[in-house]
Design a protein around this ligand. Structure first.
Ligand code: PA5
Length: 462
């Protein structure tokens, strides 16, 4: 199991001004936290609560279909191309980066054991998209278009380009190179999929984009490149069981949620840095940034009061960002809490040869890169504490499907608990919808004419 160490947020370590009296705070919030956890678990099956993501690890049917489809198409494609954005892409990116062999797409077929390469297009830059499409052999590519709403302009415009190219190359048979993941009933993509006869997977009701990683949204791309879905599912289930514990002293998601909430509201530290000490976990920070930002950044609380609250997530990578951001974290404004993610056992041990004995480098020779990486994590954490800067450390026994699934599921529960503490709606995103609607208006979508006019006036000339 993964674990959380909160020692370096305690006042006894980083001082009264910046630290929390953890034991006292955990005792003070014991009942509130127990109530939140019980309530989330009671409400999770009710329609309209947007808590169905808590059931995804138990959705045997979807898990079966995902595995079955992946094994059916196994030898047919050399590439998987995922089209999606935000919650429809970030989970898949984070998990494939963590779980596939590093540099997957440039490995030989043999090194990939015949499994396909995978590309995520989660932006609409005409240069990168042209670049990708110019070398991808679409005839040998399975396109997984993912959009819950079925109408997101970025994803649908990408799909229009790709579908057109595919059809030109393959004629009517192009449909066998498309698999759509979208809402069960509604949305333009659902309509197109039915008309064109695509294989489809469902984004379940009451699962928001940023909580959809363990639905077909995230699982299908993983299965298509041969990642073991069962270990992921086991990780979610074990973590779910652990996080059903209503005792804050036993529940790491509740602890980290409360720590972040109190650091923000009592100590003015509303920036949350996510800093894995593992390159394979780099994109977990991107996924977390969306989860934390979109869920908790709200202008109204659940009673309709204007609050304009929300901690700001920051993405960082250990050790790389020690040489870029740590100066600021140590000596700049003390307004952050830093989440270290540390890996106990790497898949490989990389020895540093003792080749420059006569120089000052002999302290490195004979050690391993593994030792150096974790020594740097520990020394940075301690240095931050010396400066009175709070950190928590999450330790993963290994970077594998079981543990990374636990990590992501823990962050989802942590986010839901934090949302309850802030008393906001964690699961809506009116601020994203607003910009989406403006884009529709600017691009001339029917029904958005009035907003287009107002928008043009507001925009001025750029
Ligand atoms: O978390 C969310 O709801 C958003 O980030 C969406 O995932 C994103 O806007 C993409 O939406 P859709 O899946 O409808 O294309």
């Amino acid at each position: 199991m993964i674990d959380l160490c909160c020692r370096n947020v305690d006042a006894s370590v980083i001082g009264q001004e910046n630290g929390l009296e953890l034991e006292t705070e955990f005792a003070a919030y014991k009942d509130i936290i127990a109530g939140i956890i019980a309530s989330l678990n009671q409400r999770k099956d009710k329609p309209g609560q947007w808590l169905q993501w808590m059931n995804l690890g138990y959705n045997e049917e979807t898990i079966w279909y995902v595995k079955e489809y992946a094994s059916m198409v196994k030898d047919r494609f050399e590439n998987i191309l995922v089209l999606g954005i935000g919650g429809s892409a970030l989970g898949g990116i984070a998990l494939t980066e963590a779980l596939l062999k590093p540099y997957w797409n440039i490995l030989s077929d043999e090194q990939r054991e015949g499994l396909p390469r995978i590309f995520f297009l989660d932006n609409i830059d005409p240069d990168t998209m042209t670049g990708l499409l110019s070398f991808l052999d679409l005839k040998k590519t399975l396109v997984n278009v993912i959009t819950k709403s079925g109408s997101t302009a970025e994803t649908m415009s990408q799909f229009m380009i790709v579908k057109d190219l595919l059809e030109k190359e393959l004629g009517d048979n192009y449909r066998y190179n498309v698999v759509a993941t979208t809402d069960k009933r509604t949305g333009i993509l659902r309509q197109i999929a039915e008309q064109e006869g695509y294989k489809t997977f469902v984004v379940p009701d009451d699962v928001g984009g940023r909580f959809s990683v363990f639905s077909a949204v995230g699982l299908l791309p993983l299965a298509l490149v041969g990642i073991d879905i069962d270990s992921i599912v086991n990780g979610i289930k074990d973590m779910d069981l652990a996080l059903k514990n209503t005792d804050i002293n036993e529940n790491i998601a509740a602890q980290n949620a409360l720590i972040h909430f109190l650091m923000d509201t009592k100590k003015g530290k509303n920036l949350s840095v996510m800093m894995p000490y593992s390159s394979r976990l780099k994109y977990v920070s991107d996924w977390y940034a969306q989860l934390w930002a979109e869920s908790l950044g709200k202008n109204k609380d659940i009673d309709g009061n204007n609050v304009n609250i929300g901690p700001t997530p920051i993405k960082a990578l250990g050790v790389t960002d020690q040489h870029s951001q740590i100066q600021l974290y140590n000596e700049g404004p003390n307004n952050k809490i830093i989440n270290f993610i540390r890996v106990k056992e790497f898949d490989n041990t990389l020895d540093i040869p003792n080749i420059f004995e006569y120089t000052g480098l002999n302290y490195l020779g004979g050690k391993t890169m593994n030792q150096l990486l974790n020594a740097e994590a520990d020394s940075t954490r301690v240095a931050l504490a010396d400066y009175g800067r709070p950190t928590v450390t999450i330790t993963l026994p290994k970077v594998d499907g079981y543990n990374v699934a636990q990590l992501l599921y823990m962050f989802e529960v942590q986010t839901a608990i934090a949302g309850e503490l802030y008393k906001i709606n964690t699961f809506n995103q009116p601020g994203v919808e607003q910009a989406k609607n403006y884009t529709y208006a600017l691009m001339g979508r029917a029904g958005y004419e009035d907003s287009a006019q107002t928008l043009k006036e507001k925009m001025g000339t750029v």
